[in-house]
Unconditional design. Structure first.
Length: 405
């Protein structure tokens, strides 16, 4: 019997977790596993806000995919996926066409702009490692240019962050530490710099525990960060953003840097397939297969999964993406042996949101609230655990966060 080909698209948390769990459980002759990713490295998306602020170097948040795959069992193809034809089992890439018996789509997230005018063009987004590098360098450029200008334009030193969800707040936490460093480096008085977070909802971190939200906002305000709450961004221009401050009332914030962190969607390629999706996220079946396609699994941010108990969808997180990879690997092995699949059941371990390198807030261990150094320590342990789950102890030693106190 021909051995099946398993084609995994995307070397993010979901895709890599699928691959490393497959390679752990199969023999070298059981199946052909092919992993396609546009770079020969994986990046920790969950650390991108640090690279964007400049508190971590871009190279610190990435590692070579070949470090974690067993090349006797997995063929790695560095290529950009261009099309996915699930009816004819073909995937088009810039390195040629690939076919499969089982397909795993883990192509990750894109920033959601909700069609707001100008955002695609004038705002920066913490989308991947190079986008993070661009944000860091853009901010540094604004500081350097301000220092050189004869007639100084102080709005160069204004940074608007759109969205006070977890990404926005974690990025603000890093900026809280980074701005004083930038001021020193470029001889800029701190009072010239404005960092403003604009949030559409009536609160920061909508839905999160109010005590933790209070802690986070007071902490960030103590670092000089301003909040404009309940004031959605309605337009971006080359000069800044327009926000809605009331019924038919608008204000313009002039800013040299606008970072858009107001939500995510799945990868656009999903919308070009014949699989049904909403904002490029597929409402998967309970075993993570796409509706109508028994040979297509979706993992990570391209998958949409309802938490029936809570009556709302599970958030798209790395935590869930990695767990999905474990179940999908098991399901593919079972199908290849003529068996059946099992339901994916998320095991939610809580949420910790960093506020820079040395502080954090978290809701963990069945509702226990943590803040400060303890929460920051936990966050670093979570980051290290993610490395461990994909690459074992050697990856933790190489890339882990050990500045824990
Ligand atoms: P990704 O990790 O986005 O990986 C997708 C992969 O596909 C990438 O390697 C990409 O290069 C590749 N790819 C994309 N398009 C193509 C193409 N056309 N061809 C080939 N390859 C392609 N979640 C948590 O649980 N905890 C956190 O603390 C946390 N912090 C976060 C902080 C930030 C700043 C951000 C932005 C997100 C954070 N998240 C966190 C969410 C988490 O990062 C995502 O849920 C997770 O990355 C989704 O994993 P994924 O495998 O679906 O996709
Ligand atoms: P999000 O959807 O969680 O938050 C986006 C925020 O932007 C919301 O508060 C929303 O009200 C706001 N917003 C929307 N439109 C706006 C507008 N026009 N103007 C101003 N504000 C607007 O998105 P996110 O923060 O990018 O997070 C994406 C996913 O990644 C989530 O599932 C999140 O849980 C996960 N994540 C987790 C962590 C963590 O666990 N530490 C960190 C970062 C991200």
């Amino acid at each position: 019997m021909k051995r099946p080909t398993v084609l995994v698209l995307g070397g993010g948390y979901g895709g890599l977790s699928t691959v490393v769990n497959l390679q752990k459980k199969i023999g070298t002759d059981d199946m052909d596993i092919v992993l396609v990713n546009k770079n020969d490295y994986h990046y920790e998306s969950t650390w991108l806000h640090e690279a964007a602020a400049g508190t971590l170097k871009p190279e610190d948040v990435r590692y070579d995919i070949k470090r974690v795959i067993n090349e006797n069992k997995v063929k790695f193809v560095k290529a950009t996926v261009e099309s996915i034809d699930v009816d004819n089992k073909k995937v088009g890439t810039d390195a040629g066409e690939l076919t499969y018996d089982y397909l795993v789509i883990g192509l990750g997230f894109e920033g959601e702009t909700f069609g707001i005018e100008g955002l695609d063009k004038y705002a920066l987004s913490i989308a991947d490692v190079n986008a993070a590098r661009q944000i860091r360098e853009h901010i540094e450029y604004q500081f350097a240019t301000w220092s050189l200008e004869q007639e100084k334009d102080d709005s160069r030193l204004t940074i608007v962050v759109g969205g006070a969800g977890f990404t926005g707040i974690e990025f603000l936490g890093e900026l809280g530490n980074r701005v004083p460093e930038l001021c020193e480096e470029f001889d800029v008085p701190r009072e010239k710099v404005r960092v403003i977070c604009v949030e559409a909802a009536p609160m920061v971190l909508p839905g999160f525990d109010p005590k933790l939200v209070d802690y986070a906002t007071s902490y960030l305000k103590s670092k000089g960060i301003e909040f404009s709450i309940g004031t959605p961004v309605v337009e971006a221009t080359p000069e800044g953003v327009k926000i809605k401050t009331g019924e038919e009332k608008f204000e313009f914030i002039k800013a040299g840097t606008v970072v858009w962190a107001a939500g995510v969607r799945g990868n656009r390629l999903i919308e070009e397939t014949s699989i049904e999706s909403k904002r490029a996220r597929v409402a998967v079946r309970e075993d993570m297969r796409a509706p109508g396609y028994d040979d297509v699994f979706i993992v990570g941010d391209c998958a949409f999964l309802m938490n029936e108990e809570a009556g709302r969808p599970y958030p798209p997180t790395a935590q869930i993406a990695m767990q999905q990879g474990v179940q999908v690997a098991e399901n593919i092995i079972s199908l290849a042996k003529g068996g059946s699949t099992k339901k994916f059941v998320p095991d939610l371990k809580g949420t910790v949101c960093s506020l820079g390198d040395d502080d954090a807030i978290g809701n963990v261990f069945d509702g226990k609230l943590v803040t400060g150094k303890k929460a920051s320590f936990l966050k670093k342990m979570i980051d290290n655990r993610a490395l461990y789950m994909i690459g074992g102890p050697s990856l933790v030693i190489k890339k882990g966060k050990f500045d824990v106190l």
